[in-house]
Design a protein around this ligand. Structure first.
Ligand SMILES: C[S@@+](CC[C@H](N)C(=O)[O-])C[C@H]1O[C@@H](n2cnc3c(N)ncnc32)[C@H](O)[C@@H]1O
Length: 346
């Protein structure tokens, strides 16, 4: 999609943004934005990636489910006009939304999964265990809050959330203690929950704060983060042009594992077909992506020193091949990572 591009004189400065984009140089190398390309930024945040793509002349379509992202998006819109489109929706709606905007196929899809610095820095959003705030954690600012889950879920479902989404070894003890305490008074604030977690999860000298894993777990559950990621990965297959790139940055092992597994499976030939899976039709046996490179890319020492948040980042990149998109009647293995909780949908 070639477009005449005029580069504005004074561009909004990336360094002034409240969220420092992670592994930006590596992401740029992966998707090589230029005037001929349409790039989807599935996780707009403060717009660090989007703006860098726009500065290279690309057409950018950005998604963010958080209404707080609209202001920064409007600034980019004012500056870059037609070349920038913002869609205030979940990135799991990728295929449908791009189809409605008549922009299929696209040349790259980039996802930078997780919370932004704005989420963590604003106590009133309830994401941070280091500041006191309402026990909220909703990225979209709609629907079920972390307090709803903590105060209403049955004990075994709460324990499963801490165990599967936080890999918290004390999950069962924690859930039991929460259920005992919430009968006396409901959990309304992050501080209340942190105090309770500290009473059951021992602090280790050099390790993370005892509340790190449980807060991650609740955040994943509140925002259906793994389901969102799964749906976007599957949709990327239908949305990318031949040679188009999928680049995903993750910050913890649950998400990285899902991306790794999806890409590996999509790049697998019939020879690599697992004998534990049902027999697949011919069109399911062709690889639809190739891995570029085969392994995850990590942040440079220099970036880690400047931005410690980048330490846990993993970037995985895959390139779409010419093979038709698969019909996902056979769900990929990644489904196994998604314990489903009935009461999460109340
Ligand atoms: C880590 S931040 C992205 C930062 C961005 N790359 C930048 O440079 O500013 C992740 C953003 O994705 C958004 N987000 C997370 N899950 C989402 C989803 N399923 N759909 C749409 N936006 C999502 C969050 O609201 C947050 O603003």
């Amino acid at each position: 999609m070639a477009k005449a591009v005029s580069h504005p004189q004074s561009e909004p400065s990336l360094s002034l943004r409240p969220h420092q984009p992670v592994m930006l140089a590596e992401v740029l190398k992966a998707v090589e934005p230029d005037e001929r390309k349409t790039i989807v930024d599935g996780t707009f945040g403060a717009g660090g990636y989007s703006e860098a793509f726009l500065q290279k002349g690309a057409q950018v379509i950005a998604f963010d489910r958080d209404p707080a992202a609209v202001k920064a998006a409007q600034e980019l819109k004012d500056h870059y006009g037609e070349r920038f489109t913002f869609i205030s929706q979940n990135f799991s709606t990728l295929y449908k939304a791009l189809k409605e905007h008549n922009t299929l196929p696209v040349d790259a899809i980039v996802l930078d999964i997780g919370v932004s610095s704005m989420h963590l820095d604003q106590a009133e959003r309830g994401f941070s265990f280091q500041q006191d705030g309402p026990l909220d954690m909703r990225m979209s600012q709609q629907g079920v809050t972390a307090a709803d889950l903590v105060n209403h879920l049955p004990e075994d479902e709460l324990a499963d959330i801490f165990y599967y989404y936080g890999e918290e070894r004390k999950a069962r003890v924690l859930a039991r203690k929460i259920v005992e305490e919430r009968c006396k008074a409901p959990f309304d604030t992050t501080r209340q929950l942190v105090k309770l977690i500290q009473s059951c999860v021992p602090a280790s000298h050099k390790g993370p704060h005892p509340a790190t894993r449980s807060f991650q777990a609740l955040r994943i559950a509140v925002n259906s983060e793994l389901h969102e990621l799964r749906d976007a990965l599957l949709a990327s297959e239908q949305c990318l042009s031949e040679g188009g790139r999928l680049a995903v940055v993750t910050f913890h092992s649950l998400e990285d594992r899902m991306v790794k597994q999806f890409m590996a499976e999509a790049a697998r030939t019939s020879l690599g077909q697992s004998r534990h899976q049902p027999l697949l039709a011919d069109d399911q046996l062709q690889p639809v992506f190739r891995l570029v490179p085969r392994k995850a890319i990590t942040a440079s020492e220099k970036e880690i020193a400047a931005n410690p948040r980048s330490r846990s980042a993993r970037l995985r990149v895959a390139e779409r091949l010419s093979t038709p998109a698969r019909h996902h009647t056979v769900e990929p293995d990644i489904e196994g990572h998604l314990p489903v909780y009935s009461s999460l949908r109340f």
